[in-house]
Structures are given as C-alpha cells and as structure tokens.
Design a protein around this ligand. Sequence first.
Ligand code: HEM
Length: 420
Amino acid sequence: MTTTKAADAAPDILSPEFAEDPYRFYRVLRDEYPVLYHEATNSFLISRFEDCANAFRNPDFSSRNYEWQLEPIHGRTILQMEGTEHSRHRALLNPFFRGKGLERFMPVIMENATRLIDDVVRRAGQELVDGIAKTGRADLVEDFSTWFPINVMVDMLGLPKSDHDRFHKWYQSIMAHLNNLAGDPEITARAEQTRQELRDYMLPIIAERRDGDGDDLLTRLCRAEVDGHQMSDEEIKAFVSLLLVAGGETTDKATANMIRNLIDHPDQLEAVRKDRSLVDNAIAETLRHSGPVHMIMRQTETDVELHGTTIPRGSTCIMMLSAANRDDRQFADPDEFNIFREDLDVAKAFSGAANHVQFILGRHFCVGSLLARREMQTALNLVLDQLHDLRYQEGFTPTETGLYTRSVPELLVEFTPAKP
Ligand code: HEM
C-alpha cells in the first residue's frame, strides 16, 4: 500500500498564514498536492473540483465521520445516515423545504427580515434625530445576519417569538463549540449545557405536537410518515439541533459575505440595485467565490486510489469545498468575484445539478438550498431598498476568519436610511 506523506513545502491548514488567507494556499494544493496527507489532523485533503464532485457521488466516501464529529452534539442526524434510512429521512423532509411546502413559509421569512431591517433603519433614524451621526450606522452581522435565519427557523417550527433570544444563545454556543479548535474547556462545557437545555426544552413540545393539528413545521414533522415510518422524538430533537447549525450558521455567514462582496464591488452593487433579476447571480457567485463552508469531512469505506495516492479504508478525508469552487479547471479567473460570469450556471445553482459544490452534490445535497436562496433574496432586496449609499464605516476593513466555515465576523456599515 502506498500513501503520500505531507511534503515539507505543502501548505499547513492549521498555520496562521493559512488562517489569514487560505485562498492562495488552495491554489498550491490543487496544482501540486491534489491529494495530501495532513499529519496533524490525520486526514487526507482533497481540493480539486472534479475530485470533490466525484467523491460526493461515490459510496466509497461515506459520511460516517459525523458519528464522532457531530453526534455527540446533536444526536444522530440525517447527515450521517446512508442507504434506505437516509432516503426515508430525505423523503420526510423534502416536502417542507422544496416547492409548495417552502412557499407556505415565505411570509415567515419576509416578516422576519423586514422586522430586523426595520430595526436597523429605526435605530439609524433615531441616531439621525439625536444628531449623534450624520448617517445610519450598523453592524450588519450583529444586527441582522446572525439573527435572521435563526428567527426564521424558530417561527417556522411554530415556537414562541419570545424564544428567539434563547435559540440565538444556543446557536452561538454550538457554533463556538464546532469552531473550538483550541479545545477551550469552557466552550465545551457550555455546549454540553446547551445540548441538555435544548433536549429538556424540545422533548415535551414534541410530545405535545404529536397529537396537534397545527400547520407549523414541527407539528408536520411529528405527524409525517413515509412507508409507515415516523421520525422518533430523539430524531426530531436532533434535527432541530442540526438546523441551528446547518440552516443558521451557513445562511448567516453567506449573507454577510454576499453584502461584503457587493460593497467591495460598487459597480456590481449598483447593477443589482437597478436590476433585481441579478439577485440570484449575486447569491450564486457568493456561494462559489466565498461560500461559508470551506471544508466538510468524509470517511473512506474502502481503499481509494486518487492521483497515484492510496487513501486507506477508514481514513478521514477533508473535502475542500472553497478550494474546489476556485479551481481554474472549472471556472475562469476563479478568484474574481463577478456576478456576470458565464461559467457559473445560476439557474441550476440551488439544485443538485449545480456546477459549484457549496451545497455539495449527490445524496447529501443540502436540503435547505432553496430556503437559503429565499432568505438571501429577501435579505438582499431589503438591504438594497432600505439602506441607500451603503458603504463601510470610516477606517473599517472587513476581515474573514474561520477554517471550516469562514466569513466576515463584523460588517460595520454606514448608509442613508430610506425615507419611510
Ligand atoms: C447558504 C446556506 C447553506 C449552505 C452553504 C449549506 C451547505 C450545506 C452542505 C455543504 C451540506 C452537506 C453536508 C455534508 O453532507 O457533509 C448541507 C447539508 C444539509 N443542509 Fe445545508 N446549507 C445551507 C443552508 C441550509 C438551510 C437554510 C437549511 C435548513 C433546512 C439546511 C439544512 C441542511 C440539511 C438538513 C443537510 C443534510 C442533508 C443530508 O444529509 O441529506 N441547509 N448543507
């Protein structure tokens, strides 16, 4: 058996230089080390578009890694299921997140975005009135994007609005835990407490909704059946916990990166403001160019041969989605943010036939891609309508942070509030 060991000159994904700017190292990985054994994480890095896309469709790469990666936090979820169990869960979820099922939740999405943006505008208006600032100011991450997808989820589930704060706290605790590479014991303890609190909160509500006739997502999940099977209480609780991360962190960070990308390209911001049919282009290009999910893991179920390297059975592979999405074998000038690019298929960008891999491809393709698109469309349209002359606050430069997921943690902007 041959395995390639990390060459001395190969980029180290745990180095500070990589954390500062992973993109220049992605190029080196793709061109020189398309399959690289990384000793510190005991895993194989896979960085080219075609290799990632093929792996997601190949059962030799399973998602059993989630048994140790996420099960301790959420419980057993769809992410780690395969075969019939996975198809049954997808069949239970799909009706709520696609087509008419999703459209029924549009008012919830709209109402939440409007409420949050209205707050931003109202505070800005108040500042104007108070003479504190000549323009409206906000941190669009803290004031908007970290709240929006979580509040939508809480409302879709039919849980009280008064619990928005509580879910937001749980969300931040789980996120901190997932990004706790340094192993801070306080963060681990808080995540353990969150797991317990969410369980104590959810289980009695799930028991109640089993007999309910409400129209909310939770009641419908409690009552839905495929082939005579229902999701168990523990599975529903685990799914809600997963949604905080799968649907929360991703959309939060994608929204922040999209607004950053547009402010950084004022001509493109202006083009989208004038022609709203370009909103989907801005979303899709953000997912390709600066999608929040940089890495996900897979596990090999058999020895796999790739570019002359044997990846032994049972190995952890890190699939580098953001490296793949900037592969110049797939996209011309891949480091350029360009909503007009012709090689990104915007019409298919939110479906399993996409030609980027931010939602991956194959059987675990993101269930929530259309919900994410709806949320980002709503967010962008409101920002364009309500926050005129959008620009950074003086002296502020956005800086991306994060390894597995990455985004701008602050977005300090100034704007002229739209007239009421
Ligand atoms: C821009 C936003 C989003 C991005 C970039 C994103 C990305 C992803 C990725 C990469 C996966 C594959 C994970 C893996 O197999 O290891 C995934 C799966 C999933 N996503 Fe999303 N997601 C987004 C929004 C959402 C939303 C809003 C929901 C809410 C329903 C959601 C729910 C899920 C679920 C349940 C899965 C598991 C599907 C399965 O295993 O069959 N996602 N997503």
